[in-house]
Design a protein around this ligand. Structure first.
Ligand SMILES: *Cc1c(COP(=O)(O)O)cnc(C)c1O
Length: 375
C-alpha cells in the first residue's frame, strides 16, 4: 500500500475539479478579490444551511473566536470557561485579549465538556463559556444552555470541527451545531469538514445587534467607511475561498456521510478488541467525524505509531499536551489543575486517517495492520 494520508484533499478535488476551476477563474476574471459577490452569496447559503440569521465571514477560525469575544465587550480579567481538551486556538484568543481562561474537564466517552465541571467553574466573573464540538460531535447543549441561562452567561460555540453536525433536544427539535449559542464560530482550514483551499472562517448569530457589532469588529471597528467607532481588527474571507466554499457546501452532507461510513468500518473492525475503545456516538448528536479517535488500553502508543508509520499508515495525537499545561499559559498557573479525564485521554488517544475519499481497500489495510500490531 502506498503512503496513506490523514486527509486526502487531492482525490476530493479531482472529483469536483472542473466546477472549482471554473469558479476560481471567474473570480480572477472579475477581479472582485475582496468582499466580492461570492462572499455574500456564500454567507447567505451558509446561513440557510445552518438555520441562522447572520453569517459573518472572516479570515480564519481563530479570528472568529477572537472577534466574538471582542464583540461581547469582554474586559481584561473576565473569566471564560472552556475545555482544556481542545485545539489551542480556543484558549489562545482568551489569553490574547487578557481574559482569564478557566478550564472544565471533559467526559471520557464523548471527549467534550462535562457539564458538572462547567457548573463548578462558574464564578461571578464568568463572562462567557466556549463549548467545543470536538472531533465532529456536539457538546451536550441542552443542559449546558440551561446552566448558562440560569447564570446569564453567553455561549460561544467553537464549531470548527463539527460543521454539518447537529444536536437533538429532548422535545425532538434538531439544531445545527453553531446555531445554538448566542454566537457560533467555524474554520474553513483545508482539512476541516468544510475546508477551503487556504484560510477562512465564519461567525454565526441570530442576534441583529450583535451581528452589526461582529461585522464592525472584523472591519476595523467601522460601519461607515473611515469612521471608526471601536478598536477592531482586519479579518476577511477572500472571494476565491468563498467561491470554492460555495461549491463544497453543496457537498458537505455527502462529505459528512462519507466520513461516517469510514467511521462505521473502523468501528466494526475494532469494537470487540479489549485494547481499543471506539468513539462513542452520543444519542443527542449527529457525529460527523472530523477525527476518528481511539482510546488505546494497555498499548505502547509510541511503538504503535512507529509501526503504523512503517506500514505507510499515518496517525496523530490530538492533542499531546492539553491546553492547561501549555507554557503559553504559565502566568495563569493552570498546569497544576486537576483535570483527570483530560489528562487520562491525552495519554491514550490516537487518531487514524479519516476523510471523504477512503476506500474499502484502504480501510481494510489500516484496520488489519493496526489489529495485527497490537495483537
Ligand atoms: C481548527 C480549529 C480552530 C482554528 O481554526 P483556524 O482556521 O486554523 O484559525 C479553532 N478551534 C478548533 C477546535 C479547531 O479545530
Amino acid at each position: 500500500m502506498q503512503q496513506l494520508q490523514m486527509v486526502d484533499l487531492k482525490r476530493q478535488y479531482h472529483k469536483i475539479k472542473s466546477e472549482i476551476d471554473t469558479a476560481v477563474l471567474n473570480v480572477i476574471e472579475s477581479t472582485a478579490f475582496i468582499n466580492g459577490p461570492e462572499v455574500n452569496h456564500f454567507a447567505t447559503e451558509l446561513a440557510t444551511y445552518l438555520g441562522v440569521k447572520h453569517v459573518i465571514p472572516c479570515a480564519n477560525g481563530t479570528d472568529a473566536l477572537q472577534i466574538s469575544l471582542m464583540a461581547l465587550g469582554l474586559k481584561p480579567g473576565d473569566e471564560v470557561i472552556t475545555a482544556s481538551y481542545t485545539y489551542i486556538a480556543t484558549v489562545e484568543v482568551v489569553a490574547l485579549l487578557r481574559l482569564t481562561p478557566v478550564f472544565a474537564d471533559v467526559d471520557a466517552d464523548t471527549f467534550t465538556m462535562n457539564i458538572d465541571s462547567v457548573r463548578k467553574a462558574i464564578t461571578p466573573k464568568t463572562k462567557a463559556i466556549i463549548p467545543v464540538h470536538l472531533y465532529g460531535q456536539a457538546v451536550n447543549m441542552e443542559p449546558l444552555m440551561a446552566l448558562a441561562n440560569e447564570h446569564n452567561i453567553p455561549l460561544i460555540e467553537d464549531n470548527a470541527q463539527a460543521i454539518g453536525s447537529a444536536y437533538t433536544f429532548s422535545d425532538g427539535t434538531v439544531k445545527r451545531t453553531g446555531s445554538m449559542g448566542i454566537i457560533g464560530c467555524t474554520s474553513f482550514f483545508p482539512s476541516k469538514n468544510l475546508g477551503g483551499y487556504g484560510d477562512g472562517g465564519a461567525i454565526f448569530t441570530n442576534d441583529d445587534e450583535l451581528a452589526t457589532t461582529l461585522r464592525m469588529v472584523a472591519n476595523h471597528g467601522q460601519n461607515k467607511r473611515y469612521y471608526h467607532e471601536m478598536v477592531g481588527c482586519n479579518s476577511r474571507l477572500d472571494s476565491i475561498q468563498a467561491a470554492i466554499l460555495r461549491i463544497k457546501l453543496r457537498h458537505l452532507d455527502a462529505y459528512c456521510d462519507a466520513r461516517r461510513a469510514a467511521a462505521d468500518y473502523y468501528d466494526n473492525a475494532f469494537k470487540n478488541n479489549p485494547k481499543i475503545v471506539v468513539p462513542y456516538r452520543a444519542p443527542y448528536t449527529h457525529h460527523v467525524f472530523h477525527q476518528y479517535t481511539l482510546q488505546m488500553k494497555g498499548v505502547d502508543r509510541d511503538a504503535l505509531q512507529l509501526k503504523l508509520a512503517e506500514r505507510n499508515i499515518p496517525s496523530m495525537i490530538y492533542y499531546p499536551v492539553p491546553c492547561h499545561k501549555q507554557n503559553m499559559l504559565k502566568e495563569y498557573g493552570t498546569a497544576s489543575l486537576h483535570l483527570p479525564v483530560t489528562d487520562m485521554l491525552q495519554d491514550c488517544v490516537i487518531s487514524l486517517p479519516i476523510h471523504t475519499e477512503l476506500t474499502e481497500e484502504e480501510l481494510s489495510y489500516i484496520t488489519t495492520n493496526l489489529l495485527e500490531i497490537i495483537s
